[in-house]
Design a protein around this ligand. Structure first.
Ligand code: MN
Ligand code: MN
Length: 464
């Protein structure tokens, strides 16, 4: 056998080990950089699912989308949106075939791990005012101490009105902080296992330290509440009917001398939500009706009426089907979905957590995960070979850089996505998303090229 023949055969039969970024054209890299500038704005404006919904609706309206009216008959090219309880949103573009051949779904989630306030949060200790918290989603607790935090959310008052709070992001705002013990006095702490050294009840957030007056009895708590009341018109009891959350204060920033990456809070899963949003906006008049749905509650298991286990999206599709004279369940049975969520990119410092040939890498494009789950693929929908083939063809035909990826080494851990809830509606679905470094940390990192490739994947999935 000649060396040349072996080389030729290798090219024909084996997957090339060359870095895929080398095949991304300079034009596409430039487009990726451009695409990510407004993405950073989206991240900065969308610190919670509510804010992401507001931002998505603003963008939708600017691009000709109108609020869905179930009594209206829609025509191909019509653009509509529907909001679920201010925390999830669907955007649809009616296709030439309406719903008669099924719908094309891109679904991502817009909730991110964070620190929620308890219903009765405010207390005073050692002359300081603090908030009790209950963390939301899977976090490494120590990462959330000693960083500036902002407070976001909604408080509903007894008279039925509400007030939205967003304080800490602006450089002129005050911020808040969960403290940690100094190394000098950490001898006991550092001997503990990482998972035990920081407990949920330790995540108390410092919010004030000056007393209202020199009288006895919780004057710092009183002063803090007075300042909150002055600004927002709420009393301590109003915390009971509120959703308030602490998120990192820092803004999205370019990372690296080459500015090839973006560091930010909340990439998981706004890094898929934003491209899916842009794809539906740019989908023109598609063949089949296309829907981008941005869900809440993924980080806590997708339960609840704004999570993917809710019937909200199903009812919306049934309504669209009905106005086309179609049966909802038949429309669902013909539908296809890209379940968009992030995947764990191989971290060079922790590469032993990954199996090199089946993990995703920064700059290698959008990741397809045939299955998720843990301990023997438990709790996964596992896309079929046929559907994987269809999506692979779509990506290849449109020159989209892509890779396959599992979430780390077998039996090391694992995780789930919303794919299975869509699959359970009898829809063909596969996970597709962006690889992330430091997932669920206050500052997660993605590659700009990968974000752009995710956009191209959703766009071509919609427009065929
Ligand atoms: Mn996610
Ligand atoms: Mn997550």
């Amino acid at each position: 056998m000649s060396e040349d023949f072996s080389k030729e055969l290798k090219e024909q039969l084996l997957i090339s080990p060359k870095k895929k970024i080398n095949f991304v054209s300079p034009e596409d890299i430039e487009k990726a950089d451009e695409f990510c500038e407004p993405y950073k704005d989206f991240l900065n404006k969308s610190r919670t699912e509510r804010e992401a919904v507001t931002e998505a609706v603003t963008m939708a309206k600017e691009n000709g989308f109108r609020e869905y009216n179930p009594d209206k008959v829609y025509q191909p090219g019509d653009k509509i949106y529907i909001v679920n309880r201010n925390k999830a949103v669907g955007l649809a573009v009616i296709g030439k075939y309406g719903t008669s051949k099924g719908v094309m779904l891109s679904i991502a989630h817009i909730d991110s791990p964070r620190i929620d306030l308890k219903p009765n949060p405010l207390y005073e200790k050692e002359g300081m005012a603090l908030f009790k918290t209950h963390y939301y989603g899977g976090i490494k607790k120590y990462q959330w101490t000693t960083i500036p935090l902002s407070l976001h959310g909604r408080v509903c008052k007894i008279d039925g009105s509400y007030v939205d709070i967003a304080i800490g992001d602006d450089d002129n705002d005050p911020c808040f902080c969960i403290t940690d013990i100094l190394p000098h006095l950490a001898q006991e702490q550092v001997k503990k296992k990482l998972g035990e050294a920081f407990t949920g009840e330790d995540l108390n957030c410092l919010v004030g330290s000056r007393p209202y007056c020199d009288e006895d009895g919780e004057q710092v708590r009183l002063n803090t509440m007075k300042l909150i009341n002055d600004k927002y018109g709420i009393t301590e009891q109003d915390f009971l009917s509120a959703e308030l959350t602490l998120v990192p204060s820092f803004k999205a920033r370019d990372v690296g001398f080459d500015r090839s990456m973006i560091g930010s809070y909340g990439h998981d899963d706004r890094v898929c939500a934003y491209p899916a949003l842009m794809a539906i906006i740019d989908s023109g008049v598609p063949e089949k009706t296309c829907i981008t749905y941005l869900a809440d509650k993924e980080e806590t298991g997708s339960d609840g009426n704004t999570g993917m286990q809710s019937d909200f999206l199903r009812y919306f599709i049934y309504d669209l089907a009905k106005s086309d004279g179609q049966e909802g369940y038949r429309v669902l049975s013909m539908s296809k979905c890209l379940s968009a969520d992030v995947n764990a990119a191989v971290d060079p410092t922790y590469d032993s957590c990954f199996e090199a040939k089946n993990s995703s890498y920064i700059n290698e494009g959008v990741v397809i995960s045939k299955y998720t789950g843990a301990r023997g693929k438990n709790s996964t929908s596992d896309a079929s070979a046929e559907y994987m083939g269809e999506i692979r063809t779509m990506l290849e035909n449109n020159g989209i850089t892509w890779q396959v990826g599992e979430l780390g080494r077998v039996d090391l851990g694992g995780g789930g996505t919303i794919a299975k809830y869509v699959a359970n509606m009898n829809v063909d679905v596969v996970d597709l998303g962006v690889p992330v470094l430091s997932m669920h940390a206050p500052f997660e990192i993605v590659s700009k090229v990968d974000v752009y490739m995710a956009y191209l994947a959703f766009l071509h999935f919609f427009i065929g």
